[in-house]
Design a protein around this ligand. Structure first.
Ligand code: GLC
Length: 632
């Protein structure tokens, strides 16, 4: 044995010393680095250790299976029957899509999530789950939570601080139910108002989204993500979701949503990327990639598989150090070959996949791709490090279970007052002939229209369910009740279709409304939602406004085609989707607050003028971007 050893090691004493040292090193290696070491006090469990050290320590202990589990997000209905899978597979995150009201009290929500969390905490390394939800204008999934105006109304208010306040209240009313993460804010820039997600944007001008992105992210995330009034925020949908062309959708029955955004890279950067830079600079912890595709000149590319936009621009150039989450089955759209779809998306920079149903197929496919070298383990480690970093920041390793202390404030008078202010500030006065508004508050008022007494319509989509409902699906104050509360001396007669006699009313108020919708189902012309005044509401306008001085209030997620209905209308107000506090619509109507809203989107004369945006060469709207009459 000695003959082929180097001379220095040919002496027995030196040889034995070297052998003992080598053996000791081997033993230490086995003790310290082999995956699966869960013995002894681990530094990843040390709350005082820097998060980067905790992440590195934990990552070094994880098997590839545990790492892949962390990258897997599952919808509750897919796993609630087999909760043991959470611990067995090390599932990293759960969600319920669409603001579905899976439970109806904070305690019941907390109990459900804690039940899932206990499965995760039973795993070998006790890595907690992160639970995500679309609390996009209040915690829409929780009956009794305050519902704020959707983003387009907040954009009309031109008040980022107010939007930040709304986000902070939403965060508190969400974390108090055991939910850690909201898929908000949408910092989309809606360039064609026929898009069913126009109301999720702050408007058509990137400057608005840039102005709002940072304050709103900070509103959700607070000073300390671990606090029970903070939730992890998500800037979405990266990038260009609001710039798709009519008819370009790759999803059946949709016209715009999930379509193709064709533009130059400079336009993409100035219009659609700028808000994400603002969100990243504000420290947003997650970014959701868009279903849509971009075509910069060499053909459409699904953003879920766009390594340039995700890896190079978002993570590289913008320096995003949070994690990228896919949209709902968004990875599947990248390729008909599922393995190729997974490989392309993960290599493009997607860190967590909202599978959200066939999670075993996803896990098996991802493991196979790592095994074959299609995805390098360093990519997996990067993704898992990003995810774990947010989990440590959320304090989940110290406090994995719900802290419902804040539940007492859910739906409180203080929170509702903030939502009322936000609704009032979003009201946008577009016509006011003869100074009809504000009303004195002692008039005989004839009230009509489908939006007058419909909490569901005034709250819109993402409220108790994905598409929302015309029913009163949660507590709140309808516009009708708001008028009665703000003007108790007024005599208000209500007839939705104006079928009752108008009598000697001094003034008529007709609240026209869109029925709620979400995503591509709301794309104008795709189906039930046509961005026009309904026949019943048009008839109500004609009846009431022919008889008395009248105000038309539009409850909608976007401008609707109204030009032909205005002949007899004296005052016109865009109320947007004002949320649960209808008093906010009444306040400026009776002069409790001034009208101050300004259009965050261009209001076209007709829908087929879309896309029409401020700055366009040919620009002939009914009301231009930024327009809004003020009252004292
Ligand atoms: C939806 C939406 C996204 C939402 C997610 C979870 O498809 O595109 O905005 O956060 O799924 O509900």
């Amino acid at each position: 044995m000695g003959a082929h050893l180097p001379p220095a090691l040919r002496r027995p004493a030196v040889l034995w010393t070297a052998l003992i040292a080598a053996l000791a090193a081997a033993v230490i290696t086995v003790l310290v680095v082999v995956p699966g070491d869960d013995t002894g006090e681990a530094s990843y469990l040390d709350p005082d250790a820097p998060i980067a050290d905790r992440v590195a320590d934990l990552l070094g202990r994880m098997t590839i299976e545990e790492k892949v589990g962390q990258m897997t997000q599952v919808a509750v209905p897919a796993i609630e029957g087999v909760p043991a899978d959470i611990g067995d597979l090390g599932i990293g995150s759960l969600l319920n899509g669409g603001s579905d009201a899976l439970r109806d009290t904070p305690e019941a929500w907390a109990e459900m999530i804690d039940g899932f969390q206990s499965e995760a905490m039973g795993s070998r390394l006790r890595i907690p789950l992160m639970y995500g939800i679309d609390a996009v204008h209040g915690n829409g999934a929780l009956p009794g939570a305050v519902i704020f105006p959707h983003n387009i109304g907040l954009g009309a208010a031109h008040d980022p601080a107010l939007a930040a306040e709304a986000a902070a209240i939403t965060a508190a009313e969400t974390r108090a139910t055991g939910v850690h993460w909201t898929f908000a804010p949408c910092v989309c820039v809606a360039r064609d108002s026929r898009w069913g997600r126009t109301y999720e944007s702050f408007g058509e001008d990137p400057g608005l989204a840039v102005e709002y992105a940072g304050p709103v992210v900070e509103g959700y995330q607070g000073e300390d993500l671990a606090a029970n009034g903070s939730v992890l925020a998500t800037a979405k949908h990266y990038a260009g979701d609001g710039g798709t062309a009519l008819g370009s959708s790759t999803t059946d029955d949709y016209l715009l949503d999930q379509g193709v955004t064709t533009l130059t890279e400079e336009e993409l950067r100035s219009i659609h990327l700028a808000p994400f830079k603002a969100a990243v600079d504000a420290g947003v912890g997650s970014v959701m990639v868009s279903f849509s595709s971009t075509d910069l000149g060499d053909g459409p590319l699904k953003t879920h598989g766009d390594a340039y936009l995700v890896n190079e621009v978002l993570k590289g150039e913008l320096g995003f150090d949070g994690f990228v989450v896919s949209d709902w089955q968004g990875v599947d759209q990248v390729s008909e070959d599922y393995a190729e779809a997974v490989r392309t998306s993960i290599n493009a920079g997607v860190d967590m996949v909202m599978v959200p149903f066939e999670y075993r197929r996803f896990i098996d496919t991802l493991l196979a791709e790592v095994d074959s070298g299609g995805i390098g383990e360093e990519r997996i480690d990067d993704a898992v490090s990003r995810i774990l970093t947010q989990k440590f920041a959320l304090g989940l390793f110290e406090q994995p279970y719900a802290d419902t202390a804040g539940a007492a404030e859910i739906g409180s008078a203080e929170h509702r007052e903030a939502a009322r202010r936000a609704a009032a500030a979003s009201q946008t006065l577009l016509r006011n002939d003869d100074g009809l508004l504000p009303l004195a508050g002692d008039e005989s008022i004839y009230l009509a229209g489908s939006g007058a007494d419909s909490l569901g319509r005034q709250m819109g989509g993402w409220t108790a369910s994905w598409q929302g409902s015309v029913e009163a699906v949660t507590e709140g104050t309808s516009i009708r009740a708001g008028l009665e509360a703000v003007a108790p001396d007024a005599a208000i007669a209500y007839s939705e279709t104006a079928s009752e006699p108008i009598g000697d009313a001094d003034v008529g108020i007709v609240v026209v409304a869109e029925d709620p919708y979400a995503e591509g189902i709301g794309d104008a012309g795709a189906g039930a939602h046509d961005m026009r005044v309904s026949e019943a509401d048009a008839a109500a306008i004609d009846t009431v406004c022919a008889a008395v001085a009248c105000v038309v209030i539009v409850v909608s997620g976007r401008p609707i085609e109204i030009t032909s209905h205005l002949a007899e209308v004296d005052a016109l107000v865009a109320a947007w989707l004002p949320g649960s506090e209808g008093t906010g619509v009444a306040d400026p109507l009776f002069g409790e607050t001034p009208y101050g809203g300004r259009l965050p989107v261009t209001w076209p004369r007709s829908n087929d003028q879309e896309p029409m945006n401020v700055g366009d060469a040919a620009y002939d709207p009914l009301y231009p971007f930024g327009f809004g009459l003020q009252t004292a």
